[in-house]
Ligand binder design. Structure first.
Ligand SMILES: Cc1ncc(COP(=O)(O)O)c(C=O)c1O
Length: 378
């Protein structure tokens, strides 16, 4: 098991995060943006604690790599990130909530302005605090979730000088609905709508592509790429080989190994019944650590590189695995079991749990001992 410190000795499971792989993934995406010869910049999306990887370390690591623009969802995520990323742009995607204008200004955060009400409030703040303020305009081109819809957009475009008075338009952005489906016509439709918008708001940098959007090609790149998932090793091309480096390894410790007779059951509800005399190992993680209950009888782990089925219900703190086919010496109390790693990616586990790797990553537990390594990724 990685590490030999006291926290690791006490921990039920150890999460190892390869900061060097995150940095290499960022460089690869940045270079994809530059491949067309245009000066496309690459930001990093660090919301949800950098998709579970730890924004406090990922932020500075990417800043040292040359990343100068960061996105979070909540203002509090921005305030926390500001402490470790003092000099670069931090954009708050969920926007400006009433009464938080002073917090944005104090921590030099830029809200994504999602509707006219927020724009009015931000313009008023610029007057009240008597200083020009940066703003991101988020345009809805089809997600129908956040951002300026057609009517509000027309109102903005028709009087953009007045509506943006005292503000500096740092970015016009939109978000793709189905960028991971390369053949989906909605991508092209959103692209056309976005082009129309930026023609009407000239001069501002533009951003459309999330991770998968980058792989839709240079038409989607505009001035700024906005990857999150791919930085953390999630496959931006589902169904195709993953071009990103893996980032996380999760190892859980075996607490106990026991013999179970044929026909005896294991765990809550007796949801798994032995068909033969078996050996069952209990490992130290559970649904409280983000190991989903939907994984019941549907996934596996690896012990000494060998695939071992997860059996029975997932408990809050414990998971049981069938180690009957392993040699006894291979699985003892204390043995490290690979839950995520070279043999099984977050995308694999997501498929077993019928979710996506984003949810697997952002659910990664707070009880794991965490190790940050640099890997070796030139
Ligand atoms: C507005 C916006 N931009 C960019 C991203 C990053 O997307 P991805 O993680 O797919 O790269 C997200 C994440 O959901 C987002 O909400």
């Amino acid at each position: 098991m990685a590490g030999d410190d006291a926290a690791t000795r006490r921990a039920g499971a150890v999460l190892t995060i390869d900061l060097g792989a995150i940095a290499a993934n960022w460089r690869g995406l940045r270079d994809a943006g530059r491949a067309s010869g245009k000066p496309v910049d690459c930001a990093a999306v660090l919301k949800a604690d950098a998709y579970g990887c730890g924004a406090a370390l990922v932020g500075p690591r990417l800043a040292s790599e040359g990343c100068r623009q960061f996105f979070v969802a909540h203002i509090d995520e921005g305030i926390t990130l500001r402490q470790v990323v003092p000099d670069h742009s931090i954009y708050v995607l969920n926007g400006l909530m009433a009464g938080t204008e002073g917090d944005f200004i104090e921590h030099r955060l830029t809200p994504a302005i999602n509707h006219l009400g927020q724009l009015n409030a931000w313009r008023t703040a610029a007057q009240r605090f008597d200083r020009p303020l940066n703003a991101v305009i988020h345009v809805d081109t089809g997600m129908h979730r956040l951002g300026f819809g057609p009517d509000e957009l027309s109102a903005l475009i028709n009087d953009h000088r007045g509506r943006l008075r005292g503000l500096r338009l740092a970015l016009v952005m939109s978000h793709l609905v189905a960028s991971e489906e390369q053949q989906n016509p909605v991508n092209g439709e959103q692209l056309q709508r976005f082009r129309t918008v930026i023609q009407a708001l000239p001069g501002a940098p533009a951003s459309l592509a999330n991770s998968s959007g980058i792989f839709l090609g240079p038409d989607y790149h505009f001035d700024l790429l906005r990857p999150g998932a791919a930085l953390y090793g999630i496959n931006p091309l589902p169904g195709q080989p993953n071009p990103m480096l893996p980032v996380v390894t999760l190892e859980a410790r075996v607490l106990q190994v026991r013999r179970v007779d044929a026909f005896q059951t294991v765990g809550y509800g007796g949801a798994w019944r032995a068909s033969r005399p078996s050996r069952v190992a209990t490992i130290a993680l559970g649904y409280a650590d983000g190991y989903f209950r939907t994984l019941i009888n549907r996934t596996h782990v690896h012990v000494a590189g060998k695939r071992v089925p997860v059996i029975g219900r997932i408990s809050m703190d414990l998971v049981t695995i069938d180690v009957t086919d392993l040699g006894e010496a291979e699985c003892q109390p204390g043995t490290a079991v690979e839950v995520l790693g070279p043999h099984q990616s977050p995308d694999d586990i997501a498929e077993h749990a019928r979710t996506n790797a984003y949810e697997v990553m952002t659910a990664l537990g707070r009880r794991y001992a965490r190790h940050y390594v640099e890997g070796s990724h030139a």
